[in-house]
Every structure is written in structure tokens, then in C-alpha cells.
Ligand binder design. Sequence first.
Ligand SMILES: CSC[C@H]1O[C@H](OP(=O)(O)O)[C@H](O)[C@@H]1O
Ligand SMILES: Nc1ncnc2[nH]cnc12
Length: 294
Amino acid sequence: MAEQQRVIGVMGGSGVYEIDGLADATWQEVTTPWGDPSDALLTGTLDGVKMVFLPRHGRGHVQSPSTVNYRANIDAMKQTGVTDLVSVSAVGSFREEMAPGDFVIVDQFIDRTFAREKSFFGTGCVAHVSVAHPVCERLSGLAYEAARQTGVTVHKGGTYLAMEGPQFSSIAESKMYRESWGCDVIGMTNMPEAKLAREAEICYASIAMVTDYDSWHPDHGAVQITDIIATLKANTAHAKSLVAALPGLLEAAYAPCEHGCDRALEYAIMTAPDKRDAALIEKLSTVAGRVLKG
Ligand SMILES: CSC[C@H]1O[C@H](OP(=O)(O)O)[C@H](O)[C@@H]1O
Ligand SMILES: Nc1ncnc2[nH]cnc12
């Protein structure tokens, strides 16, 4: 039997609509039972490792944080064989020391989103996975190393507040997230993406690129989209070289995740086999086929 290979997925956020240097790069349309992904997926190889890139908002930034089809995006990544998914996202910062231009390797989330599909499972096939540790520690460590190699200032660990948007926070919200809730950064997309990656048994890491101080900072005024875009433009080269460093840090041959991300569904499904809904089981064939088959 052919040895399973590692496939690195990259979910490009605001300002990251392509990656460079892929050999045999091809934009590939992928269909899913959950609807259309945000765009075609760019597949190719880098340093002998298969890479799959998807711009989260689509090329030209078509999808808002609330209309991104997170389930289709993760299913499409899984279909193309992605084992390790790295998200690159723009965020506001709640910490003086996490300054615009810095990168943060996120390790916790508070999910305040409410207008999105958050699970592949539901009536007819109920499952409960753990997201106590919502990112893969191993992949996050490699993402940290890749960021360090680019020379950017990078912070290891941080709590990401996922808000619905699309409007930015009020000053009162911004202060509450920072002072009472202990959050470090804020964005609109990493949830439910990280939860769905866990359900799909894909290792997930989040690289947050700080673009602003949200609205709390007395010396910086309220966040403006023009400032965000300017910081993103200045950061795109760092983001791209970070992505390019990943294949050199990951072993090409697949090994089971030491934190169990790739076995998250092992005991998660509650619905008795004879009570399962056939249509839902069919939809789940890509993300949960490993545990539903046989
Ligand atoms: C462009 S500012 C707000 C926008 O940027 C972030 O997107 P992403 O996480 O995909 O980089 C943020 O979550 C908002 O969607
Ligand atoms: N301040 C902010 N709030 C939410 N999402 C963001 N993305 C970049 N900056 C942000």
C-alpha cells in the first residue's frame, strides 16, 4: 500500500489571495456536499511536499466573514488530502506589545460568532469532539518556527476572540474583551473554522497577523480599514515566506498526530448505527468516512 503523505493546507485570509513558488501549480475546482468553497483550490508542490491553498474570502475578497462557507472549505481541503492546515489571518490586537506588523501563534479561542454553520454533524448523526485544545500544538510549534525564520516579531500563544462582524467592535466591547475576558487578538473567521478542522480530523494552526489595535487604545483611535490594508500590504511578503518555510519543517512522510487531532472522531459519534440518517452519513463521507465506514 502507498505510504500516506503529509499535505499542507494554507487558508489565506485578508490580503493573502495566492502563494508563490509552487511547482505544477493548478487551480482546481472542488465540489462538496455542503455547497461551494470560497474559490478553486491552488494545488502544487513545494520542496517535494504537496501544498493546497484556498483564499478564505475568494480571490478578489468576495465572501464576508459571515458568508464564507466554512464547512465546504474544510471538506474541500480534506478531499484534496490536507493533513495539516495553517490559517493566516488579519487580527486586531488587545496588547500593547502585540503591535501592528507582529505575528501571533494563536492557541485559544473565544467563539462569539452566531450566524454560521458550526458543525458537520446534526440530526441523524450527532458527534461531540473536544476543542479544549483547539489548535494542534505540534503544527503551531512549526508555524512559530517558520515565522521566526522570516525575521518577523512573533508571539507564541494568544487568545483569539472570534466576533461575527462585519462591523468592528465598539469601544465598550473592545475594552471588555481585553480587560475582563483576557483576550489578546480579535478577528472574524477562525471560528468555526478551527472547530470544523477538528471534526474533520485535520491538524490546525492559526497564524495571526496584527494589523491594528482594534478600538481600545487611547493613542491609536478606532480601527480603520485603510490602516489595516496598509499593514497587510507591508506584511504579505512575510506571510508568503512563512508559508514557503513550512515544507522544510514538516516531515513529508505522514506520522500520527501526537496530540490526536487526526483521531478526534474516534469516540465522538453518539448516534446509534441503526438510528443514523443515511443522507447525512453520505454527506459526511469525506470528513468522517474513516469512522463511519464499515
Ligand atoms: C480586512 S479587516 C477584517 C477581516 O479581516 C480578517 O479576515 P481573515 O481572518 O480572513 O484574515 C477578519 O477576520 C475580517 O474578516
Ligand atoms: N480589529 C479587528 N477586529 C476584527 N477583525 C479584524 N481583522 C483585523 N483587524 C480586526
